[in-house]
Every structure is written in structure tokens, then in C-alpha cells.
Design a protein around this ligand. Structure first.
Ligand code: PEP
Length: 252
């Protein structure tokens, strides 16, 4: 089944307005030759609106790095799906390991965020991934199955069309360590099987499953050559325009 590749740049807590606009403009220019893949940028919420003017009309999709389940209310520090849309965004990431580990977001909270974003019409990226300890103690598949089951509780089959999963082994994020193509493929195949079990084979076949964890220009080609890897979620290398542009131009 052919799935349209999706390449996401997660800028994390980096960039002022000026820096963000420069980076977005360079990426827009460097990726203007590509029509067969989706490009998504997740800048900090503080620059979303400015960046949306820079990428307007380019097809580049803008995402929040997290999203609240409520449309508005007393949720100090949170950003709602409506606010993301109002700032020019159409997507959001949830369940990033930095949210889970540093801010103690559990599967139940990730589920609320995911359902809230989907209900408001956002395209959602759900991150899952095991820690080094969990991998070494043979729990990788159990942890991923539970993260997936917990996060997808209440997500309808129709909503799955606006969902992508990002497999991000925690031990590979920002560490320079990368899962090998084979290691990642094994997990992606497992995740697709899980989606088939939770929903149905056709939904699993259409679901984009991205890999994230120290994706760089020199390893993207072998990762994206794997049959179940449909794109990449890129952190560090997404802050350098030339690196991200090369990643987006991967050769599978
Ligand atoms: C990420 O932020 O999701 C990520 C994968 O970061 P990095 O590419 O720096 O490992």
C-alpha cells in the first residue's frame, strides 16, 4: 500500500521570531521542488503565526508541539486546538517523550490531548517509544502496545485518517544514537499490526508511521528505505536548514 511520506521538523524550545522566520524561509525555498511528500514544521507556539505567513501557499503544514484537549478555559500555560488553528496551524504532536519524561504526561493525558486535537479537526502525530531500560529488559513491545492502546482509546476509525504515529525510541532522541533500519522496521511492523488489531487491516495499511531519534542527513536514506517507515520526525537536525532540506530530499 503506498503512503505519502511525511517529514516533520520539531523545533522544540528553540528560535526567536526572527530566527524562526529565517529558518522557515530557507526550508520553504529548499523544499519547493518536492510535490510527492508532506512537510510539516512544529515551531514553538510563540512563533507559529509569523511562520505561517512565511510558509503560506507552500503546502508546508504547521503543527503545535503539544495541544490541550479543551477549546478554551482555565488551563494556564496550555495551547488549545483552536488557538493552533487561529495561528495558522493544522496539526499537533502529542506524547513526545520529553512531555512524558520531563512533564510526567501519562498515556491517559496523551489520550485526552489526542482526542481533543482530533475532535477539533487537527492532523495529529502520536509519539510512542521505549526507554533504554525497557528495551534492555525486553519490554519494548509491551510498552509500545500499552502506549498505543492507551492513547487511542476512543479514537474512531474515521479519525484515524488524520493520525500518524511516530516511533521515537527514547534512547535515540537527541543522543546521536539511531535505531538501525532493521531495528526500526521491526518496531514499525509491530505497530502496524497493533493498529490492525485495534481497528482493521485497511486502516493500518493507510496509517503513516514515522521514525524519530537522531535522524540526520547521513542516516535518513537507509531508514526511509524500510517498507514500514513512512517518514521522519526530526529534532536537532531540523534546526539547520541545509540538514533538514537534505533529510526531506531523502533517497529511498
Ligand atoms: C524529536 O525531537 O522528536 C527528535 C527525534 O529529536 P532528535 O532528532 O534530536 O533526536
Amino acid at each position: 500500500m503506498s503512503r505519502r511520506p511525511l517529514l516533520v521538523g520539531n523545533w522544540k524550545m528553540h528560535t526567536t521570531v526572527v530566527e524562526a522566520c529565517q529558518l522557515a524561509a530557507a526550508i520553504r525555498q529548499g523544499c519547493s521542488d518536492l510535490e510527492d511528500r508532506d512537510i510539516m514544521l512544529a515551531p514553538p507556539a510563540t512563533v507559529l503565526s509569523e511562520v505561517s505567513h512565511i510558509v503560506h501557499g507552500s503546502g508546508i503544514i504547521l503543527a503545535g508541539q503539544n495541544v490541550c484537549w479543551a477549546a478554551e478555559g482555565a488551563f494556564t500555560g496550555e495551547i488549545s486546538p483552536v488557538m493552533i488553528q487561529g495561528a495558522g496551524g493544522h496539526a499537533a504532536i502529542v506524547g513526545h517523550s520529553e512531555r512524558r519524561q520531563i512533564f510526567h504526561e501519562d498515556n491517559a493525558m496523551v489520550n485526552r490531548r489526542l482526542c481533543g486535537g482530533l475532535a477539533q479537526g487537527l492532523l495529529m502525530i502520536l509519539c510512542v517509544g521505549e526507554t533504554q531500560e525497557e528495551r534492555e529488559s525486553g519490554q519494548t513491545f509491551a510498552v509500545l502496545a500499552e502506549q498505543l492502546r492507551g492513547a487511542l482509546d476512543g479514537v474512531t476509525p474515521t479519525q484515524c485518517a488524520r493520525l500518524a504515529i511516530a516511533y521515537e525510541p527514547v534512547w535515540a532522541i537527541g543522543t546521536g544514537l539511531t535505531a538501525s533500519g532493521g531495528q526500526a522496521q521491526e518496531v514499525h511492523e509491530f505497530l502496524r499490526d497493533q493498529v490492525a488489531t485495534l481497528y482493521e487491516k485497511n486502516i493500518a495499511g493507510h496509517m503513516r508511521i514515522l521514525y524519530g531519534g537522531s535522524v540526520k542527513p547521513d542516516n535518513v536514506d537507509q531508514l526511509l528505505a524500510q517498507p514500514d517507515i513512512d517518514g521522519a520526525l526530526v529534532g536537532g537536525a531540523a534546526l539547520d536548514a541545509a540538514s533538514f532540506i537534505r533529510i526531506v530530499h531523502y533517497k529511498a
